[in-house]
Design a protein around this ligand. Sequence first.
Ligand SMILES: [Zn+2]
Length: 106
Amino acid sequence: MKGKGRGSVERAPVAPVTLREMPGTRVLLWVVDPCPYCAGTHFHPAGRGDLAEAQLRLGEVPAACDAGRLYTLQVPPKPKRTRGKEERRRARREARRKMDDDSDDW
Ligand SMILES: [Zn+2]
């Protein structure tokens, strides 16, 4: 399908997606949130419980809110973990301190 376009080489904007399973079924959905066009939430079918198949559905697709436009379904990169580790350590330390305070009451 190589249409001789009007010279527009514009790339479809990225639509960040998360994978969700429809409750009670094995149907997977790519959830667009937010849509680069209308800032809404859209759902795109992603197969039946097969992650590899779901990933094949990523890429440029017609926008759910405007079939005349495309967006690129893309899973956003995961945030770094280092911060969470530090916070967890600090929380644990605080919990221990609280326990010590309690023991002083005895
Ligand atoms: Zn939209």
